[in-house]
Ligand binder design. Structure first.
Ligand code: ADP
Ligand code: MG
Length: 355
């Protein structure tokens, strides 16, 4: 028979566990923006409007005209590990088509903020116009009521980290937090030229894409005319590329003279997901060689395709960094694709062969 022993080790209460877990997923306003924009894109939206105040610390609002949710859907969506996107591990193994699948974003964001969701199913009965408004704060549903709203979904996040002061204190200036938000929304706008994406900060529209154009049009909307006019196409696939895991490399890269002192403008994607990888960046920089001054970076929007089973999407939600089995081959492939585009446009001085 066991006798109870005195111990100073005890189980944490649910609320504490949830808030600690939240810190892993939602590091800063930009991480919440990422999750919400991904949800809108997964819902097949044609329009995604992102509004933030105070770098996103006061307010984040993402409005879409996507599939929308019924009352039962909205209630289910904020519960822990609830998703409509995968059924089980088999779906993960075979490759996930949606951006989300963990079923934790809404639940988690709502445990460290006040979340208001207004949603109406796109294919619901047209007559009523009734949607559902649900308020979820500090991990609890406090309101569910009918509301008049357009088809689609509006998610508002107020006072992020209000109940986790340590994390709130850790946030940087409004300018820095907004820069992160801008980067996230820009990445999705560039990758989805067929979706009208807008970003507004403290009442000022930062950019909006038309949703009608191609990548070139999206670059024009996001970065402006000077940059857009300096972009040249990259298009390499199959035999165009040296051997390696990449099936194709395509997108736009800037003339060497159109550069910045930040890596911020290297927007790179693997199978449609915005990622960063040393191999990709080194491949790009290798192609430009000495055309760029030290610590200068071009504008790049580059899409890499690899076979589905060659990348693991089951990475940590916060991590954008990916690694390939064969980093060297990826570096050579990216280098070759970008270099041939630059050469074709007469934008490279001849250079010594590399190893
Ligand atoms: P995940 O995206 O991993 O499934 P989330 O917590 O982000 O998990 O969302 C939970 C579920 O809520 C989604 O699977 C989806 O069914 C629904 N949902 C969330 N946001 C939207 C949206 N903007 N439009 C339609 N459905 C949504
Ligand atoms: Mg999600």
């Amino acid at each position: 028979e066991d006798t109870p022993q005195d111990t100073h080790i005890h189980q944490l209460d649910e609320d504490t566990v949830a808030r600690i877990a939240a810190g892993e997923v939602v590091e800063r306003p930009a991480s919440a923006v990422k999750e919400l924009v991904e949800n809108s894109l997964d819902a097949d939206a044609d329009t995604v409007d992102v509004t933030v105040e105070d770098g996103g610390t006061e307010l984040i609002r993402v409005a879409d005209d996507g599939r929308g949710m019924s009352e039962a859907d909205v209630r289910a969506a904020v519960r822990e590990h609830t998703t409509s996107k995968i059924d089980g591990l088999e779906d993960l193994e075979s490759g996930v088509a949606t951006l989300g699948f963990r079923g934790e974003a809404l639940h988690t964001i709502g445990s460290v903020s006040r979340v208001t969701i207004e949603s109406r199913p796109r294919d619901g009965d047209a007559a009523g116009g009734a949607g559902t408004k649900l308020v979820y704060e500090g991990g609890e549903v406090t309101t569910v009521e009918p509301t008049g709203c357009p088809a689609g979904t509006i998610v508002e996040v107020d006072d992020l980290f209000y109940n986790t002061p340590a994390r709130r204190k850790f946030l940087k200036t409004t300018a820095t937090e907004f820069a992160h938000v801008n980067r996230v929304v820009t990445r999705y706008a560039l990758a989805n030229p067929g979706v009208a994406v807008s970003l507004t900060h403290d009442g000022r529209e930062i950019f909006s894409t038309t949703g009608q154009g191609d990548l070139q049009a999206a670059v024009l909307s996001v970065y402006g005319r000077e940059v857009a006019s300096a972009m040249i196409p990259v298009e390499a696939e199959g035999d165009d590329l040296p051997p390696g895991p990449l099936e194709s490399v395509s997108g736009l890269v800037s003339h060497p003279e159109t550069n910045r002192s930040s890596r911020e403008y290297l927007a790179t994607y693997v199978n449609g997901r915005a990622v960063t990888a040393d191999a990709i960046r080194e491949g790009i920089m290798g192609a430009y060689g000495t055309q760029l001054g030290g610590d200068r970076y071009p504008f790049v929007t580059l899409f890499l395709e690899v076979p589905g089973d060659a990348v693991d999407v089951n990475v940590h939600p916060r991590k954008r960094e990916v690694r390939f089995d064969d980093d060297d081959a990826v570096r050579r492939q990216v280098d070759a694709a970008v270099e041939s585009a630059l050469l074709e446009h007469g934008l490279l001085r001849s250079r010594a062969p590399r190893g």
